[in-house]
Ligand binder design. Sequence first.
Ligand SMILES: Cc1cc2nc3c(=O)[nH]c(=O)nc-3n(C[C@H](O)[C@H](O)[C@H](O)COP(=O)(O)O)c2cc1C
Length: 185
Amino acid sequence: MTASHKVALFPGSLRRHGMTRRLGRILAELAPPTLAIETVEIGGLPLYDADLEAAAPSAWLDLRRQLQGADAVLFVTPEHNRSIPAALKNAIDVGSRPYGENSWAGKPGAIVSFSTGAMGGFGVNHHLRQCLVFVDVPTMQQPEVYLGNADAVIDERGRMVSESAEDFLRQFMTAFADWISLTRR
Ligand SMILES: Cc1cc2nc3c(=O)[nH]c(=O)nc-3n(C[C@H](O)[C@H](O)[C@H](O)COP(=O)(O)O)c2cc1C
């Protein structure tokens, strides 16, 4: 089956081989074949500064184009100090401007938060939800993913070592595909 929906995956960590990237690859593998998932690199985005809009940095324009070309957005993120990692928040801000040209608007979204501790990134998950209301991303409510103890579930080579967690993530991605079909404007 060919993919019918392009999903832009926003990672909350810039590390090349960290847990975020491993989890992102697993989610892409578990997704139904109707979803084509591509990671958006956000590390090179200059910090948002409205004074730069007159000659917007090319990295901002690229991000906005990538967003406009996507049918949906998926956030895969740890929390930083119980909230949204700065690079990810900057990407949200860049995509939401210039004023009146919000590239996020109407893109169905979903959030996968994780931690290597027990709490599964609950803080970032809900802070992100708050931002996504304002930038008009209809965000899937259920199922929620707060993947705790992630390094006991995903090994160094990026393999799932828990069958029940793998089943749950597969169900999550299937629900997300349904959510995109239902809500895409
Ligand atoms: C600045 C910073 C703040 C962090 N704050 C939290 C936190 O509030 N809660 C938490 O569970 N983990 C926290 N962590 C740990 C991250 O969840 C952990 O580093 C995670 O593996 C990052 O994903 P990565 O391997 O893809 O970089 C923090 C890490 C950093 C670098």
